[in-house]
Design a protein around this ligand. Structure first.
Ligand code: NAD
Ligand code: UD1
Length: 348
């Protein structure tokens, strides 16, 4: 019988791409999302892209902190596992509004874990982040590196990781996989779903994409005095569809005995600078991206990229797409949906 997966935050960027792969992989998928940073149109499009499998998708507009609503959902459906994406993710906003972040991300997760435990569903894949490596002393980052957090957003990731380790220590029936994503970019090759952040994008590629479609005049480059090949920050960009497949690999891993609580990096293992990324996007789009060089962004690291050995060895997962593929698909999505899922006047 088809397995049924609950996906929290499934209307969001990584969630929508993962839900599509789940459906195509034959999973029955239930999404809960409060649509705080997403649109139900993404769910409709995923359903269309999934063709006949689209009928195995249902959506519930629920905030994770609404325990009675979650209880009701778990009473009505037996979930085989949960993929937990739901959370707020803007670093700057988390510094301004730490209680909002602790409440949304941590209280939301605790509520989810309590309801899961009460209903005997003890398998979860959680979206952590390379942010827990801070400014690493050496690269590539392996899963054993010391963990730090430079801001409230990062602390929510770190605390939730620790909460997961604690629940496993207290009850060995739990099977938990913590996935530390590096820098997800790109979009599904159809150009029908992609990233559509509300407000001014914090991350590099959504900003570049908005410059390319004329919504913003120029990209501000945060620092060109780093000790890197061209002075700009280096990151490990990974195609969102590769990440989506990483979640299927994690679900398969949860089926093995004695998983406990395991952590995996999801990245490509390759570092790319801001200027290299901009050049690749210009090549893919044929658009010039005007640049304004500015000072470093507080809290930014110099060079961060993943060691992918553990995920390759234990999840049998390896990223397939390169930077050119990522930029091609990002541009395909941006050019077809210059204002994302929303109307033009909602998009500033
Ligand atoms: P996103 O904002 O597109 O998706 C998150 C979804 O969660 C949104 O649809 C939002 O509406 C929903 N949500 C937030 N709080 C909720 C709540 N209390 N109840 C119900 N739904 C809620 O973000 P994304 O890029 O798809 O990221 C998914 C996860 O991966 C997040 O936890 C994020 O922190 C993590 N992550 C993202 C990146 C990245 O660069 N995109 C990197 C590392 C980790
Ligand atoms: C940022 C967050 C990190 C989070 C990750 C994914 C900070 C300090 N870190 O990481 O916690 O997990 O996003 O959501 O915010 N850049 C520019 N101009 C821009 C935007 C970015 O030059 O307008 C540069 C940055 O300085 C960096 C690179 O592009 O060198 C990538 O930036 P970004 O996409 O924000 O990702 P991270 O810095 O890795």
């Amino acid at each position: 019988m088809a397995k049924t997966i609950l996906v929290t935050g499934g209307a969001g960027y990584i969630g929508s791409h993962t839900v599509l792969q789940l459906l195509l992989g034959g999973f029955s998928t239930v999404v809960v999302d409060n649509l705080d940073n997403s649109s139900e149109i993404a769910i409709d499009r995923v359903r269309e892209l999934a063709g006949d499998f689209g009928r195995n998708l249902s959506f519930h507009k629920i905030d994770l902190r609404d325990k009675p609503a979650l209880e009701k959902l778990f009473s009505a459906t037996k979930f085989d596992a949960v993929i937990h994406f739901a959370g707020l993710k803007a670093v700057g906003e988390s510094v301004q509004k730490p209680l909002l972040y602790y409440n949304n991300n941590i209280v939301g997760t605790i509520t989810l874990l309590e309801v899961m435990a009460a209903h005997g569903c003890k398998k979860i894949v959680f979206s952590s982040s390379a942010t827990v490596y801070g400014w690493p002393k050496v690269v590539p980052c392996t899963e054993e590196f010391p963990l730090v957090a430079a801001n409230p957003y990062g602390r929510t990731k770190l605390y939730i990781e620790e909460i997961c380790r604690d629940i496993y220590r207290s009850d060995s029936e739990w099977k938990v996989i913590l996935l530390r994503y590096f820098n997800p970019v790109g979009a599904h090759h159809s150009g029908y779903i992609g990233e559509d952040p509300h407000g001014i994008p914090n991350n590099l590629m959504p900003f570049v994409q908005q410059v390319a479609v004329g919504r913003r005049p120029a990209l501000t480059v945060f620092g060109n005095d780093y000790n890197t090949k061209d002075g700009t920050g280096v990151r490990d960009y990974v195609h969102v569809d590769d990440l989506a497949h990483g979640h299927i690999a994690a679900l398969n891993k949860l089926e093995e005995a004695n998983i406990g609580c395991e952590v995996y990096n999801l990245g490509t293992g390759k570092g790319t600078s801001v200027l290299e990324m901009v050049a690749a996007f210009e090549k893919a789009s044929g658009k010039k991206i005007p640049l304004v060089i500015a000072g470093r962004r507080p809290g930014d690291a110099e060079v961060v990229y993943a060691s992918t050995d553990k995920a390759e060895r234990e999840l049998n997962w390896k990223a397939k797409y390169n930077i050119d593929d990522m930029c091609r698909d990002q541009w395909n999505w941006a050019s077809k949906n210059p204002y994302g899922y929303g109307p033009q006047d909602n998009s500033s």
